[in-house]
Design a protein around this ligand. Structure first.
Ligand code: HXC
Length: 516
């Protein structure tokens, strides 16, 4: 029989472990407006669902007086619970214990979690807040990091991995989050960089603040390392929960479906009027997305990075999909290095996890210029081509206006195994815009014409009539149908139903060689 004394001892040991680095340090965190590791886990999980692993596990380091600095759990809280009733594995680094620094023991705890998540097929959420490798340990800590990296890579494409950065994340420690599928950073307290401002100053003679070097805003708008800059921990956790609602538990599950009360055949008359009369005028592609998806509910990823392409999740008739769309309201929706990287990574995530892709196309081509060429727009643009071509999930495409040049091929075209490709009557499928085309074809003749402008205008009208429209592509079967814009929602939902049991495969190989 379990004695009262044994029970009391258990409770005492648990209470001690829950205090992490001690009451003083917890109070200090609260004073700074930060939550503890356990409070963060409580925010994420359904009430009462958390079950902890390795609460009593401790480090084995005896150098630098570490035998006197032993904390149960060793600076990370690990376990599992549910979010909206679905199982997730979670770890939260505890900054009150030696700055959340990563020891051999902490690495073992995180690796155990990653292995369980892979074996049992559930997402992993890492709540990071750490001073990096535990300095007292040396190589054991570095080995621990490497062990985590390996498991992050093995888990990639098997279970979704999401990282929240809620405090420091520096040095090689950045690479575990970087290997996961999504990163959310908290604006006030977090940063990520390889080397801090002091080293940057001594090596590069540059003055830069921590914020500017590795803050949430910079990483969410410039580097693209982070998917979202959260206002607070609560906001970061809200983002993660919403993200989880769109993704399956693992690579063997289908995309999640929920009940939907938005009629599948709901027309959207506003779409019939959205394309401006002037072919070069901008309009907001987000309106097209919001008009067509269930309840106007769109969850955007990397909103502030490369806004010339929009990526995110939504639902059609309750079925979760990934949406990729050119944004004519930013840089005319052109494809460039950053937008190609953003789009390709998103397409590959959806393909890993059986999430169908819906693509809206209005793209004038790839961005020209030395900046793009020197930066490798060829290599980076190829990522997008590669990602769409290898994707075997259902791929539904709607060309709203421009689909010019190589960008036509890239954006989920029939030629890259697009399943159902629609075009609006306003679509222009051509090698380039009609103005540019007639200048190349008739520039010399125009100079000899009595009225060069009238001559070119006539040729342009001819080009639009014969080439730059959706009918030539439709005659070849490269678009399956030309649809009334107002019916786009209904047509996408039908196309998704049609392709729900799609079977497609790539040739057997070890792995492909995406241009990196
Ligand atoms: C051991 C650490 C630690 C670390 C912090 N602490 N970082 N202990 N190893 N890496 C301890 C501190 O000694 C302190 O202990 C407590 O955590 C809180 O730290 P403070 O400095 O008081 O906090 P703060 O002022 O908020 O500063 C946080 C910090 C700073 C910016 C993270 O602690 C710091 O610069 N730490 C070192 C960061 C670092 O260089 N890490 C190695 C990166 S290289 P007490 O007992 O006083 O509370 C790396 C390689 C990975 O990670 C390679 C992977 C391949």
């Amino acid at each position: 029989m379990t004695t009262q004394k044994q029970l009391e001892r258990l409770l005492e040991r648990q209470a001690q472990a829950r205090l992490g680095g001690g009451r003083d340090k917890i109070d200090r965190r609260h004073g700074e407006g930060r939550l503890t590791a356990r409070e963060r886990i409580d925010l994420l999980l359904d009430p009462g669902s958390f079950e902890e692993f390795d609460m009593f596990k401790t480090h084995r380091c005896h150098d630098f007086g570490m035998e006197r600095t032993v904390y149960p759990g060793d600076g990370v809280v690990t376990g599992h619970g549910t979010v909206d009733g679905r199982i997730v594995y979670v770890y939260a680094q505890d900054f009150t214990v030696l700055g959340g620094s990563l020891s051999e023991t902490m690495a073992e705890k995180i690796c155990k979690l990653l292995e369980l998540a892979m074996k049992n097929g559930a997402p992993v959420i890492g709540l990071n807040d750490s001073g990096g490798a535990r300095i007292q340990e040396g190589v054991e800590s570095l080995a621990g990091f490497s062990d985590i990296f390996l498991r992050n890579v093995m888990a990639s494409g098997v279970v979704p991995q999401i990282s929240a950065i809620l405090g420091p994340c520096a040095g090689g420690a950045v690479y575990s989050p970087a290997l996961t599928d999504f990163i959310v950073m908290e604006r006030k307290h977090s940063y990520m960089f390889l080397t801090g401002p002091k080293v940057v100053k001594s090596v590069c003679h540059e003055d830069v603040t921590t914020e500017d070097l590795g803050g949430a805003d910079m990483h969410s708008s410039q580097s693209g390392v982070s998917d979202y800059a959260a206002e607070s921990t609560v906001d970061a956790i809200r983002y993660i929960k919403r993200l989880l609602s769109f993704v399956p538990q693992n690579n063997l599950e289908s995309t999640p479906a929920v009940a939907c009360d938005d009629p599948a055949d709901r027309p959207s008359e506003a779409l019939n009027a959205i394309i401006p009369d002037n072919a070069n005028a901008a309009y907001d592609m987000k309106r097209v997305i919001l008009e067509t998806v269930d309840g106007g509910d769109f969850f955007e990823i990397k909103e502030k990075f490369a806004p010339n392409i929009i990526v995110g999740f939504a639902r059609y008739a309750g079925v979760a999909v990934g949406i990729v769309a050119n944004q004519p309201a930013h840089l005319s929706g052109v494809l460039d290095i950053d937008s190609s990287i953003k789009g390709a990574r998103f397409v590959r995530f959806c393909d890993c996890f059986n999430i169908p892709l819906v693509t809206f196309v209005d793209v004038p081509g790839f961005l020209p210029g030395t900046f793009q060429e020197y930066g490798g727009v060829i290599r980076n643009g190829a990522k997008m081509l590669y990602a769409y071509a290898e994707a075997t999930v259902p791929k539904i495409t709607v060309i709203t206006r421009k689909a010019y040049g190589g960008a036509y091929c890239v954006m989920s075209s029939k030629h890259l195994r697009g399943d159902i490709n629609y075009a609006w009557p306003s679509a222009e499928v051509a090698v380039m815009g009609s103005r540019g085309a007639v200048e190349v074809l008739y520039g010399r003749q125009a100079r000899d014409a009595a009225d060069p402008r009238a001559f070119l205008a006539e040729k342009e009208a001819q080009y639009q009539e014969t080439v730059s429209n959706p009918y030539v592509a439709a005659e070849r079967g490269y678009v399956d149908d030309i649809i009334v814009p107002a019916s786009t929602r209904a047509r996408i939902i039908r196309a998704l139903a049609l392709t729900q049991n799609k079977r497609d495969a790539n040739p057997a190989k070890k792995h492909g060689n995406i241009p990196l």
